[in-house]
Design a protein around this ligand. Structure first.
Ligand SMILES: Nc1nc2c(ncn2[C@@H]2O[C@H](COP(=O)(O)OP(=O)(O)OP(=O)(O)O)[C@@H](O)[C@H]2O)c(=O)[nH]1
Ligand SMILES: [Mg+2]
Length: 318
């Protein structure tokens, strides 16, 4: 069979990737840090679009997510990771392992810390891991907008950490966007000249279906409490695109009957609230009308089962 005969048709299906001008730089930047320091918020702000969900609850991010940022002189592929913490179940172990693996697979590491509190043991642990990776590191002090008492003292604790390893540090706010220009310059500086890896207008390589599931999970994180957010996983069962509306059928998976009860709520009120808010977010994502139907299913101990985790897309990636 003459395989080359197929080539032009296949090539036409791909968006055009331009040739990089002389001196163009590109590379992968891993965003790592403790849970809740604002890694995903920063990635969204840098790419200018919500591609990662965020919440005040620790361990929001569960997958390695790529955000693509293209400027006239560089293309940075940001890799957002789950917050590094002491794992308490198989799911946690997979998340932390994946975050650690990213440290060796990127060109630059951005270690993000929460500058509203002083450097602690968790930050030092992550700094040591980053140092061992032999990759250039930038220390990012986030939440500059929220520093209250003694900003100078707080900064000193991180300055000392950066000095210990000889890393540059930058202070910024992922929410207001203040300080992000200098951050970008620090991230681009260590990169080598390179090609466009993705078309310049692409902001993520994450499939739409995946982001839809995340947008539903985000509402569960925002609207429920205690163990429910962490016991939840989303499965997108079907996406049917009709001329005027996109129908999405999804299942919210929990570990116990009691959690199912909470998610459904009195007379179905909680599920309705989650569905309404998630539908609005998905409509923004696809820029079109969405009909969202949610189901709740109990899958006992799914966070402890390797095969359940793999089915849900949570596995160790090298
Ligand atoms: N005031 C302030 N809050 C921020 C900033 N960046 C993030 N946050 C808040 O911090 C919380 C955590 O943000 P995320 O982006 O989900 O944090 P994360 O590091 O991705 O967390 P994990 O995915 O759990 O590891 C959210 O409530 C954000 O709104 C910031 O620059 N300023
Ligand atoms: Mg996150």
């Amino acid at each position: 069979m003459d395989e080359s005969a197929d080539l032009p048709a296949i090539a036409l299906d791909y968006p055009l990737i331009p040739t990089a001008p002389p001196g163009f730089k590109s590379g992968f930047v891993g965003i790592v840090g403790r849970p809740n320091v604002g890694k995903s918020t920063l990635m969204n702000q840098l790419v200018g679009q919500k591609i990662a969900i965020t919440s005040p609850i620790a361990q929001t991010t569960r997958n390695r997510l790529r955000g693509i940022l293209t400027t006239p002189t560089a293309q940075i592929i940001l890799v957002d990771t789950p917050g590094i913490h002491k794992p308490q179940h198989q799911l946690g172990e997979v998340l932390v392992k994946n975050a650690q693996n990213v440290m060796h697979a990127v060109d630059v590491l951005l270690v993000v810390v929460d500058s509203t509190v002083a450097a602690g043991r968790g930050d030092r642990f992550i700094a040591e891991l980053a140092n061992q990776s032999q990759v250039p590191v930038v220390l990012g002090l986030n939440k500059a907008d929220q520093q209250e008492a003694e900003p100078a003292l707080l900064d000193q604790s991180y300055e000392a950490l950066a000095q210990e390893y000889g890393w540059p540090w930058v202070k910024f706010s992922a929410i207001t966007g203040e300080g992000l220009e200098p951050l970008m310059a620090q991230l681009i500086s260590p990169l080598d000249p390179g090609p466009y890896y993705y078309p310049p207008d692409l902001v993520t390589d994450q499939p739409e279906r995946f982001i839809m599931g995340e947008l539903i999970r985000e509402q569960v994180l925002l609207m429920t409490r205690e163990e429910v957010p962490h016991s939840t996983a989303i499965v997108i069962d079907r996406v049917v695109e009709e001329p005027t509306i996109t129908r999405v059928l999804a299942t919210i998976q929990v570990e116990r009957d009691s959690q199912k009860g909470i998610l459904i709520g009195k007379g179905g009120s909680m599920l309705k609230a989650i569905g309404t808010a998630a539908r609005e977010q998905i409509q923004k994502l696809i820029a079109g009308k969405v009909y969202l139907e949610l189901f709740v299913k109990v899958q006992p101990k799914w966070r402890q089962s390797r095969s359940n985790l793999a089915d849900l897309g949570y596995q160790v990636e090298e």
